[in-house]
Structures are given as structure tokens and as C-alpha cells.
Design a protein around this ligand. Structure first.
Ligand SMILES: Cc1cc2nc3c(=O)[nH]c(=O)nc-3n(C[C@H](O)[C@H](O)[C@H](O)COP(=O)(O)OP(=O)(O)OC[C@H]3O[C@@H](n4cnc5c(N)ncnc54)[C@H](O)[C@@H]3O)c2cc1C
Length: 445
């Protein structure tokens, strides 16, 4: 079960910030760099000794932060270690309305140190690079960490191959010049800069197929981009190219907002199965059509974060490279000590922060019960999402939904959904209050 470091994982780890080599002898032989000990990262990390059963969590996003807090609350004897490759947390939810200057960057940004101190767990700013499930050891760029339980909550990565981008040069060019803005603060900042400096013409935005992160957010971003262009009074069009047959969620509301507020700005195209992007000619190509653009934000389909595959956990049958897990208990089918949660999960729940938070509270109970030799009943996560459609003041729509499991179909479906597609200033404020409440839950005791 031990995942060996190969050339690919080495290169990926290097990109993630590992500063020295630790790979195979052939790689070391080819490298002009000084030869390092191959076990550089597998010697134990210099961190305080475990004071109880150690639960290591990879990923300090909405899922990992919530798990760390509630594992400790449910079972104070747990020694919880949360690790993230980022030095601070910047929220994706509400980032679209931040782009349109409705809130500050401070509103979105929070300290891992505060979260760890307030909730009595360890936080390490490091990257997980290797997993040894036999030895129950996670290797990080700080060294190895032994665990009793491991939770992988690393979020998503983009899958450019599913829009016909096979060449690494093209993928890199897209990441740099046409970022998706659904995974990192740098991407979000680059996009805000683009929106406020766009000279006019056509800005293309794409909506991926499959179960992508935050169903409503690409449509919300189209509204915010259009609102910015309207406020700046420039001649610009937002060309929203959707790989799906229609708007995936809050469809009536978004259609109404597009036609009521942004009729000359937003052009919506559906069923656009993107087959490739010609960066030189600035064209997005589908099977039948070709769309020209002056600038573009390309959101490709998503997959479970790459470490799920690198650790040898991806299910070959899964289009989004998700792990084979128990759908109710979240652990790997062949390992009750390793769990996968949040947007990396294999269940088809909405990839949203509220889903990740409510699910993590439940999984914290599952792990605590497992450690005590018990089991608990399955509980549905709760999805909640606010979408801004208009600014100054912010006006939003909302949805709340749960899930049930259909025994016949052997799959999950929405249950008890409540959609408010009539946007209002009150819902705009409620969305901000929701986000503040979530940050409070994740960062304070
Ligand atoms: C524009 C936008 C708007 C959104 N709006 C909403 C909304 O209104 N409501 C809502 O509920 N959700 C919303 N979402 C979705 C929400 O942001 C995600 O669903 C949520 O972040 C998922 O949480 P997660 O913990 O699974 O992943 P993340 O929050 O992405 O956290 C994963 C963490 O893992 C870390 N990581 C990955 N690999 C490693 C590694 N090898 N070593 C160490 N660390 C690692 C990453 O650095 C990251 O911090 C929105 C998203 C976007 C982009």
C-alpha cells in the first residue's frame, strides 16, 4: 500500500514548493543538484509528541478546519494535527462579490494560527507528499507524521484534459493567462485585476460539465463581471459558455437577472461541449461552433485533488479520480483509518463550503465513535449557497438542500430543497451573515 515517489510525484511535489530532491537514484543521477539523503522527508517531523490517538488532517479548507475543531470537541483526548500548504485561509465563498467591491479582502482572509490556538490543535504549514498506509505514516515536506486516523480533505484540482488540453504548455498558459478562479487566492486576485482593467470587447467565461465546485458560482461570477463593466461604463460583453444543457441551479432567477439587468452585456450559450481552446487565435472550440474572445476565464471540469491519485487511492472507474470510500462513513473501503471528505469526496453531493462544514461535523462524530468501538446513524450534509446578482447594494438569491439515499437506485438525490430565486438586499445581507457565521465556526472556539 506504500506509495512510491516516482518522477511525476517528484515534479508535482517540486511545484508545490519542495526545495530539494528526494526521488529515485536515476533522477538524482540526472540532476546537477547536490545529492541529498533519499529519506530527507521520511525522518519524523519536528513537532510535539502525540498526547493521545493522533488524527492527521490534510487540507485546512472548509472541511479540514471544521473536522479539526469538532474532532477535538467530540473527543478531547484526540491529538489533532491540521496541515495545509497555504499560510493563510482565503475564502472562495463570497469571492465573487469581493471582486465587485462589495466586501474587503480582510472579510475573506483568516489565520490558521488563530484557528489552531482557539480550538486546541496543531497547525502545520506543510504539504503532504507521500502516504504509507501499512506503517500509518504520512510524509510531508516537514518530515513524516505517524497517525492513528488520517483524513484527506484536499479539495479539488482542475482537469484540463476534459476540454481537450493535452499539451502542458497550453495548460500552463491557461492557468497563467486565463485562470479559472475556483481554487486559489492568486487566481481570484488575478481575475479581480482583469475585471477592473478590461479595456472592452468580449470576456468569455466557461462553465464546466460534471460535478464541479459550487454549482451557482460561475453564473454569479457572470453577473458580477457584468455589474463591474456596467459600473465602469465600458463597451464589454460577458460571453458565458456553458458545457451543460442549461443553467444548473437557480436557473429561472439567473435567466431573469441576465435579461433584466444585463441584457446587452451577458450572452448565454448552453450545450457547448468544449473540445479545445486556440490561444493564438483566441477561440474556444466546440464540436459545432467556435467562440472568439478578447480575454477569457476558463473553468475546466474538476477532479478530486491530485494527492488522491498520487497516494494510489483513485478509483479507476471514477471520471473525477475520486477514491473508493464507504458512502455513509467516508473511510476507504479497505481502510477504516483513512477518510476522504469535502470536495474530494466520492459522494455526488454539491461541492460547497456549507456541505463540507456540515459533513465534517458528522465525520468527526463517525471517527470519534469508531475510536470508541461504536457506530452512529448517517446524517445528510446540508448545502447552502447565496448568489449575488446585483451590486450597490448587494442583492442575492439562495438555496438550501439536504440529500437522501435511494436504496433502489443506490445513489443520493436532493431532498427538501428550498430555493429562493427572487433576489433581494435582505438575502444579500443574509449571505454575508452566513459567511461570517461559518468563519466564526471554523476559526473561533
Ligand atoms: C467563487 C466561489 C464561490 C463559492 N460560493 C459558495 C457558497 O456560496 N456557498 C458554499 O457553501 N460554497 C461555496 N463555494 C464552494 C466552496 O469554496 C468549496 O466547496 C469549499 O472550499 C470546499 O472545501 P474543502 O475543504 O473540500 O476544500 P478547500 O476549501 O479547497 O480546502 C482544501 C485545502 O487543502 C489544501 N491542500 C491540498 N492539497 C494539499 C497537500 N498535498 N498538502 C497540504 N495541503 C493541501 C489546500 O491548500 C486547501 O487549503 C464557492 C467556491 C467558489 C470558488
Amino acid at each position: 500500500m506504500k506509495t512510491k515517489i516516482n518522477r511525476r510525484t517528484f515534479l508535482q511535489a517540486s511545484v508545490l514548493g519542495a526545495s530539494t530532491s528526494f526521488g529515485s537514484s536515476s533522477l538524482l543521477a540526472a540532476s546537477p543538484a547536490p545529492v541529498m539523503k533519499s529519506n530527507l522527508f521520511s525522518s519524523p517531523a519536528a513537532i510535539p509528541a502525540a498526547k493521545g490517538p493522533r488524527v492527521v488532517i490534510v487540507g485546512g479548507g472548509w472541511s479540514g478546519l471544521t473536522l479539526a475543531k469538532y474532532l477535538k470537541k467530540n473527543n478531547p483526548a484526540f491529538d489533532v494535527v491540521l496541515l495545509d500548504k497555504n499560510q493563510q485561509f482565503v475564502s472562495c465563498p463570497m469571492s465573487n462579490v469581493w471582486m465587485a467591491d462589495q466586501i474587503s479582502l480582510e472579510f475573506l482572509t483568516h489565520s490558521y494560527i488563530d484557528a489552531a490556538k482557539n480550538n486546541d490543535y496543531l497547525y502545520l504549514n506543510t504539504t503532504a507528499i507521500e502516504l504509507d498506509r501499512v506503517g500509518k505514516k504520512l510524509v510531508t515536506t516537514m518530515g513524516s507524521i505517524a497517525y492513528d486516523y488520517l483524513v484527506l480533505a484536499p479539495g479539488i484540482d482542475y482537469d484540463y484534459k476534459r476540454i481537450g488540453i493535452e499539451n502542458p504548455e497550453d495548460e500552463y498558459a491557461l492557468r497563467m493567462h486565463h485562470p479559472a478562479g475556483f481554487n486559489s487566492a492568486s487566481e481570484m486576485m488575478a481575475i479581480k485585476h482583469k475585471l477592473h482593467n478590461f479595456k472592452g470587447g468580449t470576456l468569455a467565461l466557461t462553465v464546466p460539465s460534471g460535478n464541479y465546485r459550487c454549482m451557482a458560482a460561475p453564473y454569479e461570477r457572470a453577473c458580477m463581471a457584468a455589474a463591474i463593466f456596467k459600473k465602469r461604463n465600458i463597451r464589454a460583453k460577458v460571453l458565458l459558455i456553458d458545457m451543460n444543457p442549461g443553467i444548473r441551479i437557480k436557473a429561472r432567477g439567473f435567466k431573469k437577472a441576465f435579461s433584466e439587468y444585463y441584457p446587452d452585456i451577458i450572452q448565454y450559450e448552453s450545450s457547448a461541449d468544449i473540445k479545445g481552446i486556440n490561444l493564438q487565435d483566441r477561440q474556444i472550440n466546440t464540436e459545432f461552433d467556435s467562440y472568439g474572445f478578447d480575454d477569457a476565464l476558463i473553468y475546466p471540469p474538476v477532479r478530486a485533488a491530485s494527492i488522491i491519485e498520487q497516494f494510489g487511492l483513485s478509483d479507476e472507474a471514477s471520471l473525477q479520480q475520486e477514491a473508493k470510500t464507504d458512502p455513509f462513513k467516508y473511510h476507504l473501503l479497505d481502510d477504516e483509518h483513512v477518510y476522504v471528505t469535502g470536495d474530494s469526496r466520492s459522494q455526488p453531493f454539491s461541492k460547497s463550503g456549507n456541505t463540507a462544514n456540515s459533513e465534517a461535523r458528522y465525520v468527526a462524530e463517525v471517527i470519534s465513535a469508531h475510536a470508541a468501538g461504536k457506530e452512529i446513524d448517517w446524517r445528510s450534509p446540508q448545502t447552502m449557497c447565496f448568489s449575488g446578482v446585483k451590486i450597490d447594494p448587494l442583492e442575492s438569491m439562495s438555496i438550501i438542500a439536504f440529500y437522501n439515499y435511494d436504496e433502489l437506485q443506490k445513489s443520493f438525490a436532493f431532498d427538501r430543497s428550498h430555493v429562493i430565486e427572487k433576489w433581494s438586499e435582505k438575502a444579500g445581507q443574509a449571505g454575508l451573515a452566513w459567511a461570517e457565521g461559518m468563519y466564526k465556526d471554523m476559526f473561533y472556539s
